[in-house]
Write a protein that binds this ligand. Structure first.
Ligand code: GDP
Length: 355
């Protein structure tokens, strides 16, 4: 086993929560701040995900994240909150997302999809931070743009702060009803036993530095061993979406969490019937600087290593299903890989039956 071939990959972060509680806004804020604070091109747009390197996180989080304290390369945020990645995370036992942000509107508290997200996080044992969002809507709130939350919180009027506290304690109580011991994140000593609640606003950016700091801390403390991968190993990933792409037919949007996938590789993909065995025809990434939501602007790459999002074009993908595993065969018996994929699919079926 050569040391050179091993490295620490980027932890994969899912953003979960009830509709309208601010998942998309929070992701947009993180992406937006990374673009304006970081060097040009410091964040990388992937298919279905955004990679934010450690240096950029550190710029955004200021004194809360010192790059020298970390050896994980950054964070990969899954961009598609609340749809397939949601059921995928549920089904896959946490392999898709390593850590999560549970976004809760601080005025609204727990709602049905919050409960659902908690179920998944509990079952998969996924470490998470609670983003108690929309603190700026607290009556009398005096926003401090993009500030860490503690100075902003301390600087509010007593009236505003106690209004917010009321909501935050309600939320901490709701977490406790679900058997999570939670507290204001700055009081949490042991993030393995206690859930940190970060008051924040996806609109003003307050508390966003703290969310990034807690995510980096959780990853570094509790996930590091799992981040160690063989960078040359056969790629493994999870299908986020199956999409028809002009000129390519059915394609897969995949998050790769281990090894490497190369053009021409034989892959096994979970499907509604028997697993599909096919050959990668093209690996597609958004063109740098292209409008990220415009679908057609792809460029072809030769290979994609974990952790990353990528669009895979290959023949015969029509019956592939979101949430299913993708495995590169490489120098293993194909039947073994097919059996592995079948076994994983059986788990997914259990997951979806529970919906
Ligand atoms: P999602 O459904 O969870 O992705 O929620 P969105 O990000 O689409 O947000 C739902 C609505 O809440 C939008 O109108 C946002 O502008 C608004 N919103 C999200 N975060 C905040 C926040 O921190 N403060 C305020 N005032 N509004 C917010």
């Amino acid at each position: 086993m050569s040391d050179q071939a091993h490295s620490l990959r980027t932890p994969i972060v899912a953003v979960l929560g009830h509709v309208d509680h601010g998942k998309t806004s929070l992701l947009d804020k993180i992406r937006g701040s990374a673009v304006s604070d970081g060097e040009a091109g410091a964040i990388t747009q992937h298919i279905g995900a955004t990679a934010v390197p450690l240096d950029t996180i550190s710029e955004m989080a200021g004194s809360l994240v010192q790059p020298s304290d970390f050896d994980l390369p950054g964070l990969l945020f899954i961009d598609t909150p609340g749809h397939h990645s949601f059921s995928t995370l549920r089904a896959r036992g946490g392999a898709l997302a390593d850590i999560a942000i549970l976004v809760v509107d601080v005025n609204d508290g727990f709602q049905p999809q919050t409960e659902e997200a908690i179920d998944i996080l509990q079952r998969t044992g996924t470490p998470f931070v609670v983003a108690a969002n929309k603190v700026d809507t607290t009556p009398g709130w005096n926003p401090v743009e993009d500030s860490p939350i503690k100075p902003s919180y301390d600087g509010q009027s007593d009236a505003a702060r106690s209004r917010l506290d009321e909501n935050l304690y309600e939320l901490i109580g709701q977490l406790s009803d679900r058997d999570f011991s939670a507290d204001f994140y700055w009081r949490v000593q042991n993030f393995r036993n206690n859930i940190g609640v970060v008051p924040c606003s996806a609109l003003t950016g307050e508390g966003v530095p703290d969310i990034l700091a807690v995510l980096m801390g959780l990853s570094q403390r509790f996930m590091k061993a799992e981040m160690e991968i063989d960078v040359e190993g056969p790629g493994e990933g999870t299908v986020l979406e199956v999409k028809d792409q002009q000129g390519f037919g059915a394609t897969l949007d995949v998050v790769v969490y281990d090894g490497i996938i190369r053009e021409g590789d034989t892959i096994v993909v979970g499907a509604s019937n028997e697993p599909i065995v096919t050959e990668v025809r093209a690996l597609l990434q958004p063109r740098p600087n292209a409008e990220i939501r415009v679908e057609k602007q792809f460029e072809q790459v030769d290979s994609v290593g974990a952790a990353a999002g990528v669009k895979i074009a290959a023949p015969d993908l029509d019956n592939a299903i979101a949430g299913a595993p993708v495995r590169v065969v490489r120098d293993r018996p194909e039947e073994d890989v097919v059996e592995e994929v079948k076994a994983e699919l059986a788990e997914i079926e259990v997951g979806t039956e529970e919906e």
